[in-house]
Design a protein around this ligand. Structure first.
Ligand code: ADP
Ligand code: ZN
Ligand code: ZN
Length: 730
């Protein structure tokens, strides 16, 4: 018998199937993780297929061993084939996702601890009778162990090392090894089961038909989506099925874990980047062995070796973190959809602010829309006041904080409540604006705002790449008061401390949240104080259940709006809705202040009124007229190299190679150009890109032809990625 194997070669340049002979004594099966000779080395390999005969006459080398603990399910082999087709990745890169690196590596092992128990054949009664009175500790230890085994170290602490040693020597007790589970159990205050409201009950009913369907669970923040997930999971477990729940940036949402482990206990396994290698190893094994039936985790948990999947949830489906932007690049929703189809089960996308593309699918009938239109606790959504910052300046206030926000903060402090100040900083660039009239410098060709690049001291258009000299005065009002739009959290903390010297002020951003429970610590500290002010970036916008936050200030709402790609408006809307959702969660009556230089922008009007549907109608219209997704397919080929001219030359070659395709599919190609990437250099690699935009109904053939063309360059010096509808074009 022959095994067809993909070898786990580190650099992955070899991506083909090798054949090995299966020696009679080894029961190698499809999906096994084995050791094979590869040149002078011994490497791991994934067995994709078993066949009767080899495809060549060469003598084949033998499979050396089967490794325990790793196995790729047939489902996952199919999934990897799908990924190879869809994303043009290497099979080995896909397979690696399906077998955690901890299981693959030799360096992580099961953890065992030493335990003690009473030796069965030992006559304890007789021993105790003969024991002198001064040996009280031995007596106590034996009585203790009469109730059950205990850790050796714990016994030594309780009764002293010498007593335990004597008991061992006398043969009264014995030591044995026990496997210890490093599974991290996140606990939250226990919550009793709640009675579902009619909207929740309907959603649970529909999903629990466990049919092959995709749902969008569209519910405002606090409408009880998590409760719906848990009820469906209950039903799935009753029917002997398993479930996957994906949440974004997991370390930020320990609450979700708490709820799930409280409800499902040992049946839950968690997978996320905050785990230690040992913890991951154990969790992975519990899933593989069928001990855990519910997997909760971040993006990569969609590759968990769970069998008999009955339902898959993607919470906060609109989040960017569901797109893998490093090799292997993939979209979690597409992987989840594959698994749901394979298992004939529902996929549920949950969000308070669905992505435009997802919502469009509910309108076209591809997805089923389920709505939770009310907050569980019947509290009103916080009121959102749009504050015109140019007006503030005209009135003589040129500080970071508007008067309405400052007044509200003062009240909040007086009433011993809490406040959040949110700073919208993503990426590392910023735009140039006129402080007096709010004018924003933008590209003459693209109507996209220009982004300042310190390197070269230029303003650049991120769509066409055109560069401009920084403006010294405003073309609209002639003011020379031009400023770059970025302020930092540190600066805000500094300023706010001056205004409220006696109030605890905390900061949460990339710099302050290092370490395993970085976020947790800050949140716990914040929870202790009233009044208190928390200053932070995107991180504070997500999922936290702050109970006493009365005031939320969005310091510079405009930042994401001017991010210059077709999703800017959508992202801004999502962010404002999420941040606003942090106020008045328990008692209602929260106030949100949205500071902007562009108060009449439609995004703000809709966001301030929580009018997603209105926003959707407007935005889908814009997408249609400008030919962007979901009405078009964007394809980006990203080329990077340390040497700028190498990257440039390669980009030009690829562009030329693709020209015939543009000819051939002329009508379907809306846009075709090559340029430097908006972030022209990341981690000392220069980045260029070829952008193609197609009409929405193009055939897969075109994409395959692009892949074939691009693959001709894959053995060159440059790193080349092809992405379909990338979540950002930066
Ligand atoms: P979401 O995920 O939509 O933001 P959650 O599911 O976290 O909302 O629910 C918000 C809060 O309301 C949680 O504390 C949850 O336990 C509680 N809750 C949810 N559904 C109900 C219900 N039917 N009755 C009472 N409390 C509920
Ligand atoms: Zn431009
Ligand atoms: Zn101006």
């Amino acid at each position: 018998m022959i095994a067809k194997i993909i070898v786990d070669v580190a650099n992955g340049a070899v991506d083909r199937i090798f054949e090995y002979n299966i020696p009679a004594h080894l029961p190698v099966k499809k999906g096994d993780w084995v050791v094979v000779p590869f040149g002078p080395r011994k490497l791991g390999g994934f067995v994709l297929e078993i066949s009767q005969s080899a495809s060549t006459n060469h003598t084949l080398k033998d499979v050396l061993a089967i490794k325990q603990g790793g196995k790729i399910l047939p489902e996952m082999i199919e999934l990897c084939k799908f990924m190879v087709e869809k994303y043009n990745i290497k099979m080995v890169d896909g397979l690696r996702l399906c077998l955690s690196s901890e299981v693959r590596s030799e360096s992580v092992h099961e953890k065992t601890i030493l335990m003690c128990r009473i030796e069965k054949s030992f006559d304890t009664q007789k021993y105790l009778e003969a024991l002198p009175a001064r040996s009280q500790k031995q007596r106590a230890a034996l009585e203790f162990l009469g109730k059950g085994a205990e850790k050796k170290s714990a016994l030594e602490n309780l009764f002293g090392a010498s007593a335990i040693k004597t008991l061992l020597q006398k043969g009264a007790i014995e030591v044995f090894e026990e496997k210890q589970n490093r599974a991290p159990l996140a606990l939250a205050a226990h919550k009793r089961k709640v009675d579902l409201n009619p909207d929740q009950a309907l959603a649970v009913e529909k999903i629990s038909a466990f049919k092959r369907e995709t749902f969008l669970l569209f519910g405002v923040t606090g409408s009880g989506k998590t409760e719906v997930y848990m009820n469906v999971i209950d039903r799935a477990l009753e029917q002997g099925k398993t479930a996957i729940l994906l949440v974004p940036e997991i370390s930020l949402t320990p609450q979700v874990f708490g709820h799930l482990t409280n409800r499902f206990g040992e049946k839950v396994a968690v997978l996320h980047s905050g785990l230690s290698r040992g913890e991951r190893f154990d969790e992975w094994n519990r899933i593989q062995n069928g001990k855990a039936q519910v997997v909760v985790g971040a993006r990569s948990a969609i590759f968990a070796p769970l069998q008999n999947v009955g339902v898959i949830f993607i919470d906060e489906e609109h989040e960017n973190s569901y797109t893998s932007e490093t090799n292997p690049r993939y979209k979690t929703e597409e992987i989840a959809l594959f698994r749901a189809r394979y298992n004939n089960c529902p996929l549920v996308l949950g969000s308070a602010t669905p992505s435009i593309e997802t919502f469009e699918k509910t309108q076209s009938g591809d997805y089923v829309l389920l709505r939770l239109p009310h907050r569980v606790h019947e509290t009103d959504m916080p009121s959102v006041q749009i504050v015109d910052m140019t007006r503030e300046i005209r009135m003589g206030n040129d500080s970071i904080f508007s008067m309405p926000l400052l007044n509200a903060l003062a009240d909040c402090v007086k009433n011993k409540k809490q406040a959040l100040l949110f700073l919208n900083r993503r990426g590392f660039s910023s735009f140039l604006r006129c402080v007096d009239c709010g004018f924003i410098a933008s590209c003459t060709d693209c109507e996209a705002p220009l982004v300042y690049h310190k390197e070269g001291n230029v303003l650049k258009c991120h769509l066409c790449g055109k560069a401009y000299k920084p403006l010294t005065h405003c073309p609209t009002c002639k003011s020379t008061n031009m400023r770059l739009g970025a302020i930092g959290t540190q600066k805000i903390v500094e300023e706010i401390s001056k205004l409220f010297p006696n109030v605890p002020i905390l900061r949460m951003d990339n710099d302050t949240t290092h370490g395993k429970n970085g976020h947790q610590k800050i949140l716990q500290e914040f929870a202790k104080h009233k009044p208190a002010i928390l200053v932070g970036t995107q991180m504070i916008a997500k999922g936290h259940d702050f109970e006493d936050v009365d005031v939320v200030g969005i310091i510079d709402a405009d930042q994401t709006l001017y991010q210059t790609d077709f999703k800017s408006a959508e992202r801004t809307f999502q962010l404002i809705t999420q941040v606003s959702g942090r106020a008045g969660r328990k008692n209602g009556g929260g106030k949100v202040f949205l500071q902007t230089y562009n108060p009449r922008h439609y995004v703000y009007t809709y966001a301030a009124n929580y009018n997603f549907l209105g926003f959707y109608d407007r935005e889908i219209n814009v997408r249609e007229t400008t030919n962007f997704p979901p009405f078009a397919v964007i394809l980006r080929i990203l080329i990077s190299h340390e040497n700028e001219s190498v990257a440039y030359a390669q980009t030009k070659e690829i562009f030329d190679e693709l020209k015939p395709l543009k000819q051939k599919y002329g009508e379907d190609v809306i846009y075709f150009a090559a340029m430097k990437s908006p972030y022209g250099r990341i981690k000392s690699k220069f980045r260029f890109q070829v952008l193609m935009r197609f009409t929405k109904n193009i055939k897969d053939d075109i994409i395959k032809e692009v892949y074939t063309a691009v693959n001709k360059f894959s053995t060159g010096k440059c790193q080349i990625f092809v992405e379909i509808n990338p979540s950002s074009l930066s």
